[in-house]
Design a protein around this ligand. Structure first.
Ligand code: SAH
Length: 505
C-alpha cells in the first residue's frame, strides 16, 4: 500500500466531509489523509487551511463552504460558533439524531466488543424532541463588562473567560432574557460592579436561573464575591432589585450564593435566601410509550421516506414532585427526563414484588420512580446534601419503601454485600439500576453487582464510551444486553444519554 500524502501547516485543500467527530467536528479525507474541520457539516464540500498537522491527520480551519451539505440548516443563534455549547446547531435535527444513534452503536461495537449484527438487533430508535430548543430548565450566566465598560451577561468565548454578551440563549426558557435584563439595568443604575477575576474585585460573578416546567416557579440565585452580612443586605438598594425581580411572573425564590474563591467552580457552598422560598418545586410525570408505534418503527423497512420516529410517550397519570435547591443536581431537560426515567422504569420490569438498588441516585428521582412499582428500593449517592433531598422527596410523595445511603457506590454496595445475611433481599436484589457520571462505574461496583446476581440490570449512561466498557464486564460476568435506547437530552450538543436493559443468562 502506498504511503498517504502528508500535508503541512497553511496548506489550502478542498475536502468533502463524510463523517462527524465526537465533538461535532466535520471529518473528511484527502488521499488517505484525515482532516478534522470544526464547523464543517457532514455532506459539505469545503475549502480548508491546515492549522496543525500530524503524520496521518490534521486539524484544519474552515475557510469557505464550496458546496453546502443538504443537511445544513440555518442556525437560530448568531453566536453558535463562538459559544461552542451547540456544536451541532447547523446540522438538521434528524441528522443530529442519526449522529447520536451511530455514536452509541459505534462505541458499543468498537469499545464494548459487541458484534454489529447483535447491536442492531437490540438497539431501538433514539428518543428525540419535537421542539429541540428552549428545553433547559437551568441557566448559568457569567456577568462582566464589555470593552466599553457596560455591564453584560453572556457566555465565555471558547477556551477563554471573555464574555460574549447574549441574554437570549435558545436552549433556555424565554423568561431568562427579561430576568437578566432587569438585573443588568439594576447594576448599571446602582453602580454594582461585576466580579473581575483578574484582580479579584467586584461583586456579581454569575446569575443562576432555574425554572420548574410544571410548577412555573422561577428561582434566581446570584453568585457573589462576598462574605456573610449580618444585616442580610448584599446589594446597595437591595429592595429595588428584589422588587424588580418579584414583579416578574413566576418568581418565587431569590437567593445569593457566596463564593470568594479564585476558582472556576461557579457556586459557593453557602446559600442565603433573600426573598421567597429557598427552593422551587417541579413535577415529573411517569409516561408510557406507544408500543405499537415503536414496533412499527423498528420493523418498518422504508425508513427514508417519512419523518423518523422520535418516540411517542403519553402520561400514565402518575407523577412525583421534587424540591430543587440552587445546589441540587437535577436533569436539565425535563421533557426528555420524563421519557428517560420512564424507559428506565419499564426496563426494570417491576410488578410490586422486587427489591431494587438504585446506584448514583442523586436526589432520588429514579429511585422514587422505581419505588412506585417495587417492593423496596435502596438508593446510594456520594453527595450527602443530595441524600437529604432524596429523603425529603420521598416524604413529599408519601413514599415509604425507599431508603437512602450516603457513600460511594463502590464502597456501600460491597459493604452491604459483606454484612447482610446470605438470603437477605438486600444481598439478593431482583434489579440493580445504575446512573453513574461520565467516568462510568468503578470496577468494585461492577464486581459486587455480579456477585449479587440480580435478574435484571438497568444502565443509564451519559457517556456511551464508558457504558460500552462496563457492559463488556457485565456481559463477561453472565449478563446479556436485551435493549439499548438513546435519549436526546442535549439537542444541538454532542452528548447523548443511553439506557440499557440487561438480563442474567
Ligand atoms: N440518578 C440521578 C443522578 C445521576 S448523576 C438523576 O438522574 O438525577 C450521577 C450521580 O452520581 C451524581 O449525583 C453524583 O453526585 C453521583 N456520584 C458520583 N460518583 C459517585 C460514586 N462513586 N458513588 C455514588 N454516587 C456517585
Amino acid at each position: 500500500m502506498s504511503k498517504s500524502q502528508v500535508y503541512n501547516k497553511n496548506d489550502i485543500l478542498t475536502v468533502t466531509i463524510d463523517d462527524i467527530g465526537h465533538d461535532g467536528e466535520g471529518i473528511g479525507k484527502v488521499d488517505g489523509f484525515t482532516l478534522f474541520v470544526k464547523d464543517a457539516v457532514i455532506g459539505d464540500t469545503v475549502s480548508v487551511k491546515i492549522m496543525k498537522s500530524k503524520k496521518s491527520y490534521a486539524y484544519a480551519h474552515l475557510e469557505k463552504v464550496l458546496i453546502p451539505s443538504p443537511f445544513r440548516v440555518e442556525p437560530v443563534c448568531a453566536y453558535h460558533k463562538s459559544c461552542g455549547g451547540c456544536q451541532l446547531q447547523t446540522l438538521s435535527y434528524e441528522k443530529q439524531l442519526e449522529f447520536k444513534q451511530n455514536k452509541i452503536r459505534n462505541n458499543l461495537i468498537r469499545l464494548g466488543g459487541f458484534e454489529p449484527e447483535f447491536i442492531d438487533s437490540v438497539m431501538e430508535p433514539i428518543v428525540g424532541m419535537d421542539e429541540p430548543y428552549r428545553y433547559r430548565n437551568k441557566a448559568q450566566y457569567p456577568i462582566g463588562k464589555d470593552k466599553n465598560g457596560k455591564v453584560v451577561a453572556g457566555f465565555y468565548a471558547g477556551h477563554s473567560h471573555n464574555i460574549i454578551p447574549n441574554t437570549n440563549c435558545y436552549l433556555g426558557v424565554e423568561n431568562n432574557k427579561e430576568i437578566l435584563e432587569t438585573i443588568l439595568a439594576f447594576m448599571e443604575e446602582n453602580h454594582v460592579e461585576p466580579y473581575d477575576e483578574t484582580i479579584g474585585k467586584g461583586l456579581v460573578r454569575h446569575v443562576l436561573i432555574r425554572t420548574g416546567f410544571t410548577s412555573k416557579e422561577i428561582m434566581v440565585c446570584f453568585v457573589l464575591n462576598s462574605s456573610e452580612k449580618k444585616d442580610g443586605k448584599y446589594f446597595p438598594k437591595q429592595e429595588t432589585l428584589l422588587d424588580a425581580l418579584k414583579a416578574i411572573e413566576g418568581m418565587t425564590s431569590i437567593s445569593v450564593s457566596l463564593n470568594r474563591e479564585n476558582t472556576n467552580v461557579i457556586m459557593g457552598k453557602q446559600i442565603i435566601n433573600l426573598w421567597g422560598n429557598p427552593v422551587i418545586w417541579d413535577r415529573i410525570h411517569i409516561q408510557e410509550e406507544n408500543k405499537a408505534r415503536l414496533e412499527e418503527a423498528v420493523t418498518s423497512k422504508d425508513k427514508s421516506s417519512e419523518k423518523p420516529y422520535l418516540g411517542e410517550f403519553a402520561p400514565t397519570g402518575q407523577y412525583l414532585d421534587f424540591t430543587i435547591s440552587p445546589l441540587s443536581f437535577y436533569q436539565v431537560n425535563p421533557i426528555q427526563m420524563e421519557k428517560l426515567y420512564s424507559l428506565a422504569l419499564e426496563y426494570a420490569g417491576l410488578d410490586g414484588n422486587q427489591t431494587v438498588w438504585d446506584l448514583y441516585c442523586g436526589i432520588g428521582t429514579i429511585s422514587l420512580f422505581l419505588a412506585t412499582k417495587a417492593k423496596q428500593v435502596y438508593g446510594v449517592e456520594i453527595v450527602p446534601q443530595a441524600i437529604d433531598d432524596a429523603k425529603a422527596n420521598a416524604k413529599r410523595n408519601n413514599i415509604t419503601n425507599a431508603e437512602f445511603f450516603v457513600g460511594k457506590a463502590e464502597e456501600v454496595l460491597p459493604e452491604f454485600y459483606a454484612k447482610s445475611d446470605a438470603d437477605s433481599a438486600m444481598r439478593n436484589p431482583d434489579v440493580i439500576v445504575v446512573d453513574p457520571p461520565r467516568k462510568g462505574c468503578d470496577n468494585a461496583c461492577l464486581e459486587t453487582m455480579l456477585l449479587m446476581k440480580p435478574e435484571r440490570i438497568v444502565y443509564v449512561s451519559c457517556d456511551s464510551a464508558t457504558l460500552a466498557r462496563d457492559l463488556r464486564v457485565l456481559c463477561d460476568g453472565g449478563y446479556e444486553v436485551k435493549r439499548v435506547r438513546g435519549c436526546d437530552q442535549f439537542c444541538q450538543g454532542v452528548h447523548v444519554e443511553t439506557v440499557v436493559a440487561l438480563e442474567r443468562l
